[in-house]
Design a protein around this ligand. Structure first.
Ligand code: PRX
Length: 649
């Protein structure tokens, strides 16, 4: 890995924060950032104790950090409640009547929930959860459209110490079932349906299918009425959200929880076929979400902040719900697609609500670029003051377009690198302090000791490509993989002693800026969504016609990576267009639309090493058209390539 990488950048300008921005920012100079960063890694206990004092604790901690690698405990002995920090503490002053959530439904409905109203809804729903058997530690699955009730359900769990596990609406019935089985959830909160690009997504039907076999521990399904479509209600198992509210009052004290109480499990893809339940806990997670909103988004009371991520991803957790609400900010939530009813829906929303901080993904930015500037120019975006991006490396062209066309060449861009596992931003510009370069997430956030190392764990010099590691614990780090201690150690902590292995390749330039190259494991990043190649492979081989499958990524202009599947069929089965279409459908059914293959390519054999390992590197080249050109469903004789390659081994 440690070969010199020549800079291939076409764009090498540096964008310094404007004097005007820096003057108002919480951190207004590089010197201030450096001083704070130094303290945060050299004296983390002092640094984080000071920051944590800004949260509301029902009991103060006795020790900031207890670190026995790879197990961290933050704010040991401290007690707090995330929902109290996000709601109750804002009710004493002017924030009481401030908008906490501004919601826009895809068909165009609008709702505003003030902090007081949100607090009331959360208390009532927490009582509904209790009425339906939820207690401290109960796992509650939330499978909801992007409606305020998704946030209400999350905060209600936090209020009583139940753990939520949000499942993105683009996952299938089987994915829900797997997650229900793995987490041992007893309650599912869902909706009849949701709107997406003018269509209705049948959420409740997916839950029904997931629970058909009755092998999960789910006892109760609480259904929010969103679309009003007909749904099956299973007597004794399913209840309506609105009916349940009739039985409860709005009185529900926030339970004092130990700082290390689990807050949520969020499933994400790894390099095996089985998604990992990433576990986050209370105090450290909340602090990091809060601090990054404070320093990276530099959120102010007067901001209208919009994170376009779905609540089913970690970005929705940390930067639509917990971080902004802990700051007492106004968080905008939109239910649907960016191009519905037309390509300017986002710009329309920004103009209408006066959005000032906007956080989205490179894949979306590339789509906006493709749709054209004319959609943007129809709207007044002068309310924007700061832009953010997350999810995958942003190509400098997209960065420049974002800067120029959306940001009017005046808004700083924070390109934030982080992961489900890290809970919050790890490498990111501090907008009033750190000059930005298109395509790099720049420097580590406070407390983050990031390094790029070679295969022996030795730190590399400038512009040498290697593996990204974090050398110290940080407050919002994952505390484990639900139910799988060994996998936690093995995946993140075994390659280099004492270092967290991020799974990304990176290099540091001469200014110490970190450039993320992409995943180094068998994980794809498709439109900013993480997808394990092994997951798609196991979905494919579960089809009766498939003998073997290998899945790789191929560069894609819009999505970053496209999913290419090489498939061999069982004897007697015919590899044709119909089967290819059927396989795509099958993957959608097994995992969800989120994993839909872009190409199915049939082959007589897969290229393997002598020891039987599939040669992915070769397949990637084939997929990218570097070795053989071939259309979808063409039959390829990869065995020839395999022979050639093994001969060279
Ligand atoms: O490869 C990195 C990429 O997304 C991965 C994490 O995916 P996930 O856990 O789904 O979380 C996405 C939202 C935090 C990382 O390992 N990634 C995320 N942000 C960036 C990025 N790659 C480059 N630059 C980023 N800003």
């Amino acid at each position: 890995m440690s070969k010199n990488i020549e800079s291939t950048l076409v764009e090498n300008r540096i964008f310094k924060p404007s004097k005007e921005f820096s003057k108002k920012a919480r951190i207004g100079s590089m010197a201030q950032y450096q001083k704070m960063w130094k303290e945060s890694v050299e004296k983390p206990e002092k640094f984080f104790a000071r920051e944590a004092a800004e949260l509301c604790w029902q009991k103060k901690w006795t020790k900031v950090l207890d670190w026995k690698c790879p197990y961290a405990k933050w704010f040991v002995g401290g007690k707090l409640n995330v929902s109290e920090n996000c709601l109750d503490r804002h009710l004493d002053g002017p924030r009481k009547t401030k908008a906490a959530i501004i919601w826009e439904g895809e068909p165009g409905e609008k709702r505003v929930l003030t902090y007081q109203q949100l607090h009331r809804e959360v208390c009532r729903f927490a009582n509904v959860l209790k009425r339906n058997g939820a207690k401290k530690g109960t796992r509650v699955i939330i499978y909801m459209p992007m409606v305020p009730e998704a946030a209400v359900a999350m905060l209600a769990c936090a209020r009583i110490g139940a753990m939520h596990s949000v499942i993105f609406g683009g996952f299938s019935a089987e994915s829900i079932k797997d997650r229900a089985l793995d987490s041992g959830a007893t309650i599912i909160v869902t909706a009849d349906g949701g709107y997406r690009r003018g269509a209705v997504v049948a959420l409740k039907k997916n839950v029904d299918d997931a629970l058909k076999a009755k092998d999960t521990s789910v006892k109760r399904v609480i259904v929010f009425k969103r679309t009003g479509q007909d749904v099956h209600i299973e007597e004794g198992r399913d209840v309506w959200w609105h009916r349940e509210l009739e039985y409860v009052d709005a009185n529900c004290p926030a339970v004092a929880l130990d700082s290390e109480t689990p807050l949520f499990i969020l499933y994400t893809s790894g390099s095996t076929g089985k998604p990992k339940g990433i576990l986050h806990t209370t105090g450290g997670y909340l602090l990091h979400a809060y601090m990054t909103c404070k320093y990276v988004f530099d959120l102010r009371d007067e901001d209208v902040y919009w994170c376009t991520a779905d609540v089913g991803w970690v970005t929705g957790h940390s930067y639509m719900v917990y971080g902004p609400l802990a700051m007492g900010a106004t968080s905008l939530m939109y239910e649907g697609a960016p191009n519905w009813p037309e390509n300017d829906r986002f710009w329309n929303i920004i103009e209408e609500y006066g959005v000032s901080v906007f956080y989205t993904a490179p894949t979306a930015i590339r789509a906006f670029m493709k749709w054209g500037d004319q959609w943007v120019k129809k709207h007044d975006l002068s309310s924007l003051r700061l832009l953010g991006t997350v999810g995958e490396p942003i190509n400098p062209e997209a960065w420049m377009w974002y800067h120029r066309v959306i940001g009017g060449s005046r808004c700083p861009i924070v390109d934030t690198w982080w992961q489900t596992e890290t809970g919050g931003h790890m490498i990111t510009p501090i907008p009033g302090a750190i000059p930005t370069k298109p395509g790099t997430a720049t420097l580590p956030f406070f407390g983050v000791d990031a390094a790029v190392v070679d295969d022996n764990g030795k730190e590399l010099g400038a512009n040498q490509g290697g593996k990204l590691v974090i050398r110290k614990p940080w407050p919002s780090m994952l505390r484990g993989i639900w139910g799988d201690k060994a996998r936690y150690k093995e995946t993140y902590w075994s390659e280099f002693k004492g270092y967290y292995l991020a799974g990304d390749g990176a290099r540091r330039d001469k200014d110490g800026y970190i450039w993320i190259v992409g995943r180094i494991d068998d994980v794809l990043n498709v439109a900013g969504h993480r997808l394990g190649t092994a997951e798609v492979e196991s979905a494919l081989v579960s089809h009766p016609s498939v003998a073997e499958a290998a899945v790789v990524g191929k560069p894609d202009e819009l999505k970053g990576q496209a999913v290419v599947c090489f498939v061999t069929v069982k004897t007697g089965k015919i590899a044709n267009k119909e089967l290819a279409a059927d396989l795509k459908k099958h993957v959608r059914t097994v995992i969800g639309p989120v994993a839909t293959p872009d190409e199915i390519r049939f082959t007589d054999a897969l290229p393997k090493t002598r020891s039987g390992k599939i040669m992915r590197r070769l397949l990637k080249q084939v997929a990218a058209g570097e070795i053989i050109k071939g259309d979808t469903t063409t039959l390829e004789d990869l065995s020839v390539l395999a022979k050639l390659a093994t001969a060279e081994d």
